[in-house]
Design a protein around this ligand. Structure first.
Ligand SMILES: Nc1ncnc2c1ncn2[C@@H]1O[C@H](COP(=O)(O)OP(=O)(O)OP(=O)(O)O)[C@@H](O)[C@H]1O
Ligand SMILES: [Mg+2]
Length: 466
């Protein structure tokens, strides 16, 4: 049965409205001022709040705003005197659904309340549906068949469905955030929010207010009561990224929340319960930080109940070709290009690199190559400079490869084409040959196809059909 809270400082109006609503079968409560109403909204979930606008103390408009903030699901209707339509407009702007004018018209009250509640129930249903769809949709593809990565995935399988805190360790770009999202997606919390926060990027005071929320006036600039990320992630997962960079003081504060499942907003006394699963990640060596006194031992033990270590890319080189191919196809689709794969030399360059930036670096290198690539497969020249040097050095140190004149010509033509961004007209001009010759050679190299529009990728003027 829908629960309604009626707020008015005039007892007669308040109980009159409550009576009408009770007769309609709703569960109704009354509050004599906005402050009392807000206190009740914080304690319990109301489907609808009907509030007077002009009241001593906090007025109805402010109450609308505060309720929207504290309990976004609650619908609001304001009660206005006949003459003050403007305040009804203001209230709707601040989030009220509708308004009732005094003196009450019985039918109008019934209809307005019914409509507001129907709208709410529709919205609830839609919200549930959207969350369900998100829950059912397949997650991102986690690529990798190498033994070290498969070990991480097995651990993921086991920890994801539990409620346990998970600490994800790994160098930069190894996929920590991707794994954190996957843990949430495969957990019973998947229909609830997953909220990431980069703890390393915020100074203590900001991090504190972001995480715990604050009351209006708790500090300069706190101009309205705001819920923190812990509350926003209630029933879901909070992802504390770069946890290694937070101060000892913040570690202590976080530990208290994790142990008790309770928190205080800054500037408030009311203890709030939260049910949040924590997944944390770091690329620092926390154990060493504990030894050095930079990280609290108790917090470390609390976090690493389960820890999942992601291998650096250089320890899973078996996956490199798979990952590179995956990123290449994604880029090719995005840039509307047809790129079959990597030439053997390009692949050799990928394999020879140390990958300090891991998978993110690989993804960027492949994107770079896909943009430059004008050939059916990615060539060495398409890769970023630091990757090419290595292979050039390897080749220079090894046996010189016999070079035929044809191979040299092919190499030069393709290089020119690449430098011209694939524009055949400009390339032909630079090479001192006519476009038809260039085109014929490109077909020969497998770069252009017979049925290709000869001028595809060419910005030079088209010949007159006449
Ligand atoms: N196994 C994988 N399969 C496919 N893509 C992956 C995989 N692992 C990581 N990636 C991709 O690599 C990129 C970097 O991953 P992510 O941001 O999760 O790394 P990170 O460890 O959080 O990095 P940082 O330490 O810098 O924050 C992302 O674009 C991600 O989608
Ligand atoms: Mg990350």
């Amino acid at each position: 049965m829908p629960r309604i809270l009626v707020v008015d400082d005039e007892e007669a109006i308040r109980s009159g409205l409550a009576e009408i609503l009770v007769e309609e079968g709703y569960t109704v409560e009354q509050a004599a001022n906005a402050e009392a109403a807000l206190a009740r909204v914080r304690e319990e979930l109301f489907d609808l709040v009907c509030t007077d606008v002009r009241m001593p103390g906090m007025d109805g408009l402010e109450l609308v705003e505060r309720v929207k903030l504290e309990s976004p699901e609650t619908e609001l209707i304001v009660i206005t005197g006949f003459a003050s339509l403007q305040s009804a407009v203001d209230a709707v702007k601040r989030g009220a659904e509708d308004y009732l004018s005094k003196p009450f018209d019985l039918d109008e009250v019934r209809l307005t309340v019914k409509r507001a509640l129907e709208k709410k129930s529709l919205r609830d249903k839609q919200g549930r549906l959207e969350r369900r769809v998100a829950h059912l949709s397949p997650g991102p593809t986690l690529i990798g068949r190498s033994v070290p990565f498969q070990k991480s995935l097995q651990l993921l399988d086991r920890v994801a469905p539990t409620n346990s805190t998970v600490l994800i360790l790994g160098e930069t770009g190894t996929g920590k955030e991707l794994i954190a999202r996957e843990i949430h997606r495969r957990s019973p919390r998947s229909a609830e929010p997953f909220i990431p926060i980069n703890c390393g990027a915020l100074p203590d005071s900001l991090l504190e207010s972001e995480l715990f929320g604050y009351a209006k006036g708790a500090f300069t600039g706190a101009d309205k009561t705001t819920q923190g990320l812990f509350e926003a992630a209630d029933r879901g997962t909070l992802f504390l990224d770069e946890i290694g960079n937070i101060s000892l003081n913040m570690q202590q504060r976080l530990l208290r929340v994790l142990e008790a499942g309770e928190l205080l907003r800054l500037g408030e006394r009311k203890v709030r319960k939260v049910d949040v699963r924590i997944v944390a990640a770091t690329n620092s060596d926390l154990k060493r930080d504990v030894e050095k006194g930079l990280f609290r031992q108790d917090f470390y033990y609390r976090l690493r109940v389960m820890s999942l270590e992601l291998p650096p890319l250089r320890d899973r080189m078996d996956d490199l070709a798979l990952l590179a191919g995956h990123f290449l196809q994604a880029c090719a689709a995005r840039f509307h290009k047809r790129i079959g794969g990597f030439s053997p030399t390009a692949m050799k360059a990928l394999q020879a690199h140390r990958w300090p930036g891991n998978i993110r670096e690989l993804e960027n290198a492949v994107e770079h190559a896909a943009i430059l690539c004008v050939t059916p497969q990615v060539e060495l020249e398409d890769l970023p400079g630091e990757l090419r040097e290595k292979v050039v050095a390897i080749e220079a140190g090894g046996e010189p490869t016999p070079v035929t004149l044809d191979a040299l010509e092919r190499q030069h033509i393709l290089k020119t084409l690449r430098e011209c961004g694939g524009h055949r007209g400009r390339s032909a001009e630079l090479l001192g040959i006519n476009r038809r010759t260039l085109y014929r050679k490109l077909i020969e190299y497998g770069v252009a196809r017979d049925e290709d529009d000869e001028d595809a990728g060419d910005d030079s003027p088209q010949p007159n059909p006449a």
